[in-house]
Ligand binder design. Structure first.
Ligand code: COA
Length: 339
C-alpha cells in the first residue's frame, strides 16, 4: 500500500494493470438433447429443406427442462479453466453475457461464481448476440486497467425457454448452450481494439414481445423473443461487414492474414454474405457451427471457437476475427489471438 498523499493534493494511487490482455483458454457446453428440424417443422408448417436453405441449420441442442443457464455455464467454465491452466481461485471477476437468465435479479454471474468457489466481482451484461464480444472487450480493459487479473467470460443462453415454437419467423433459429473464455495478462497484444456500437432506433427488430409489466397487466401469454427477419437480415448483411473491416483495420490486420473468421452464428446466409463483402480468401477457415448448434446468441462465438480449436480447423495462436451482432440493435468486433 502506498503512502497517502497529503490532504488537498488530489492524488490517488493509479491502478496498475497488465500492458496487454489475451484469451488464455476457451470451453464449451452443448446440452445433450439434439433437436432435428423434423421436430420443429410441424408447429410452423415448414420443412427441413426450407430451414436448411434459408438458415443453414440442420439441428440444435435444447437444454433439459431443469437445466439452467448457470448449470450450462459451469462445465463450459471448467473446460476453459483447464485449457487456460488455471484454477477457479485464480479468477477474480466473472462476466456472464446472457439474455435468457430467467430472473430479473439477481444476475447469473454471482450464482455461477459461488458454484465455482469464486468470490470476486460477478455481473451479467445484456448485449444479446453481441454479448460475448462486448464481454471480451470489457475483460481485456479490466485486465489492462488493473481491476482484475483473470476474468471469466461466459456467453450462455437457454433460448428454448424464450422461443415460441409456433412462430414461423424464429422457432427454427434458436438453440441452447454455453461458451466460456478466460481473459488474462499477456506480454504481447492479443486482443485487438474493439469496434462496437448500437442503433437503438431499431430496438423492436429483435425483442421480447411484451415487457414483464405488460405481461402482468394484460392477458398476453409468455413473452417469447420475436424478430423481424428481413430487417435483421438486411442490417446484418449490409451493416456488419463494414464493422468487421473496421476491426481488421483497427488491429492492423488484413483479411488475408487471418487464420479464422468466427462471426456470430446467426444464419449461414448472413455468414456467406459477410465473407463475400470482406473478400475473405477461400482458404481461410470460417466458423459454421450454426449447422448443428443453430443460433445460441451470446454463446455462439465461444462455442464456435471451441469447436474449431478442438477439431483442429484452426491452430492455437492463430489470428481470428470475431464479430457479434443482434438485439438492441448492437454489435461488437475484434481481432484476437486464439488461445
Ligand atoms: N417455413 C416455411 N416457410 C416459411 C417460413 C418457415 N418457417 N417462414 C416464412 N415462410 C415463407 C413465407 O410464408 C413466404 O412464403 P410466400 O413467398 O409464399 O409468401 C416465404 O417463406 C418468405 O417469407 P419471409 O418472411 O419473407 O422469409 P425470409 O425469406 O425473410 O426468411 C428468415 C425468413 C427468418 C429465414 C430470414 O428473414 C432471415 O434469415 N432473417 C435473419 C434472421 C437471423 O439471422 N436472426 C438472427 C439475428 S441475431
Amino acid at each position: 500500500m502506498s503512502t497517502p498523499a497529503p490532504k488537498g493534493t488530489g492524488f490517488i494511487t493509479p491502478s496498475d494493470g497488465a500492458t496487454y490482455a489475451r484469451i488464455m483458454g476457451v470451453g464449451g457446453y452443448r446440452p445433450e438433447r439434439v433437436v432435428m428440424n423434423s421436430e420443429i417443422i410441424e408447429a410452423i408448417d415448414s420443412s427441413d429443406e426450407w430451414i436448411q436453405e434459408r438458415s443453414g441449420i440442420k439441428s440444435r441442442r435444447f437444454a433439459a427442462k431443469d437445466e439452467s443457464v448457470v448449470d450450462m455455464s459451469e462445465p463450459a467454465t471448467r473446460d476453459a479453466l483447464v485449457a487456460a491452466g488455471l484454477e477457479a481461485s485464480d479468477v477474480d471477476a466473472v462476466i456472464v453475457a446472457t439474455v435468457t437468465h430467467p430472473y430479473q435479479t439477481p444476475a447469473a454471474a454471482p450464482i455461477l461464481a459461488d458454484r465455482l468457489g469464486i468470490r470476486g466481482a460477478a455481473f451479467d451484461i445484456s448485449a444479446a448476440c453481441a454479448g460475448y464480444c462486448h464481454a471480451v472487450s470489457l475483460a481485456s480493459d479490466m485486465v489492462r486497467g488493473g481491476s482484475a487479473r483473470h476474468v471469466l467470460v461466459v456467453g450462455v443462453e437457454k433460448l428454448s425457454d424464450f422461443t415460441d415454437p409456433t412462430d414461423r419467423g424464429s422457432a427454427f433459429i434458436f438453440g441452447d448452450g454455453a461458451g466460456a473464455a478466460i481473459v488474462g495478462p499477456s506480454d504481447t497484444p492479443a486482443i485487438g481494439p474493439t469496434v462496437w456500437g448500437s442503433d437503438g432506433s431499431q430496438w423492436k427488430t429483435i425483442s421480447q414481445r411484451d415487457s414483464w409489466v405488460e405481461v402482468r397487466d394484460g392477458d398476453l401469454g409468455w413473452p417469447a423473443i420475436g424478430m423481424a427477419g428481413q430487417s435483421v437480415f438486411r442490417w446484418a448483411v449490409w451493416g456488419m461487414a463494414p464493422v468487421a473491416q473496421k476491426a481488421l483495420d483497427a488491429a492492423g490486420v488484413r483479411a488475408e492474414d487471418l487464420d479464422a473468421f468466427i462471426p456470430h452464428q446467426a444464419n449461414m446466409r448472413i455468414i456467406d454474405a459477410m465473407i463475400k463483402q470482406l473478400k475473405l480468401p477461400a482458404d481461410i477457415p470460417v466458423a459454421r457451427d450454426i449447422a448443428e448448434t443453430a443460433n445460441t446468441s451470446a454463446a455462439s462465438i465461444p462455442l464456435a471457437t471451441e469447436r474449431m480449436l478442438r477439431e483442429g480447423e484452426v491452430a492455437h495462436g492463430g489470428l481470428a476475427l470475431q464479430i457479434g451482432f443482434g438485439a438492441g440493435l448492437v454489435y461488437a468486433a475484434q481481432v484476437v489471438v486464439l488461445p
